[in-house]
Structure formats: C-alpha cells, structure tokens
Design a binder for this molecule. Structure first.
Ligand code: CA
Ligand code: CA
Length: 203
C-alpha cells in the first residue's frame, strides 16, 4: 500500500515550515540588532553634539556677561593660581548728568552642589532673578582633582567646572561639561576663552 505523501503538491512539510520560521526569526533578530546598534551610535553622536553645542553656548553667554562688566566691579578678584567659580559685576549703562549710571548687581556662578551654571540679577536680595544656563557642569575642570595641585597644567589649582581667573583687565573663563551616556561612559567637553572687560567707567 502506498504511503500518503506529507508534502502536498507545491506546499511544505511541518518541519520545513518550522525551520523556515526559525531562520526568519534569526534574520529578523540580527537585522533588528544591527538597526538598534546604528541607532544607539546615532544617539551617542547626537548626545555628544548636544553637550559640545551647550558648552560653547554657555561659554559665549558667560563671556558676553563678563565682557560688558566694569573691571573694577568684578568680585572676587582672583588671580592665578587661584580661581573662583562665581563673579559679581556691574555694567556701565551710560552717563547721566556727568555721572556714570551703573546697573544692578549681576552674578555669573556655578552652584557646586546642583552642578548648574546660572546668571542672577540682584543676587542674595529678595528680588533676585536667576536664570540657569546649564545643569551639566562638572564638579572640577577636566583633569583636575581637589588635592592642592595643578593636575591639568593650566596654571590653576583645584579649579572647578566653571572657573574664572583674572589678569589685569582680562578674565580667563574655563568650563567643563560632563554627562553620563547611555552606555555607562562619561562624555566630557572642556572649553575656555579670554575676554577683556570694557571698563567704560574710566572713560
Ligand atoms: Ca589646574
Ligand atoms: Ca588639583
């Protein structure tokens, strides 16, 4: 007696269908893995670009603020190898009746506990107005640790993630931003610039 053929004409056996599904799953899984890997790579690049852009933007904001200040109004007046992570200043608003008109007190600073950089008008007063510029500032500048030495060789000792050093009418601004990435690594970006106070009060 002839055995019935399990393969229908033009069809597949149960074993072939099962094997086909398994292979398809493997291919789909690998494709998904490849796509996810590419996507993760893109996310990492996007995050790095975001941090780099933010570092440059905050440095510009801090630079413009200090640039518009009067040198004599800058406090504290830290010179290398000391530095400070906050500066208060006033801006010359112009001359009225032969006298210089000064702005309210301003402040650019780093909050070392919240790791944020902010600008404040009338700091410490009841009407203080504070604007945060970044919440990614590092506790210490890249390469620096609190040990009483200049670990990163920039002439400053134990400087924080935002640091100011004053030399004459110039202020050097250092800024390190850092962020923990999705893969567990830490991405760090450091920028710096030197600005000269306009010092218009003496003109
Ligand atoms: Ca240093
Ligand atoms: Ca140090």
């Amino acid at each position: 007696m002839r055995k019935p053929n399990r393969r229908s004409k033009g069809g597949f056996t149960l074993m072939e269908v099962t094997l086909g599904c398994a292979l398809l799953s493997v291919v789909a899984y690998k494709a998904h893995g490849a796509m996810r890997s590419a996507s993760d790579g893109l996310d990492q690049e996007t995050q790095r670009a975001f941090i780099e852009d933010q570092a440059r933007r905050v440095l510009r904001q801090v630079g413009f603020a200090i640039m518009g200040s009067n040198r004599e109004s800058l406090l504290p007046s830290s010179t290398a190898p000391s530095s400070t992570n906050d500066l208060t200043y006033r801006v010359n608003l112009g001359i009225q009746d032969g006298a210089v008109v000064w702005s309210d007190l301003n402040k650019v600073a780093m909050d070392p506990e919240a790791l944020r950089v902010f600008h404040a008008t009338n700091p410490g007063d009841t009407d203080e107005q504070r604007v945060y510029w970044t919440n990614l500032v590092a506790p210490y500048l890249e390469g620096e640790i609190p040990n009483g030495m200049d670990d990163n060789g920039n002439g400053l000792i134990d400087e924080t993630g935002l640091s100011f050093a004053i030399n004459g009418n110039s202020v050097t601004i250092f800024l390190t931003l850092q962020r923990l990435m999705d893969d567990g690594t830490s991405f760090v970006d450091t920028v710096s610039t030197v600005v000269t106070c306009r010092n218009l009060g003496e003109e």
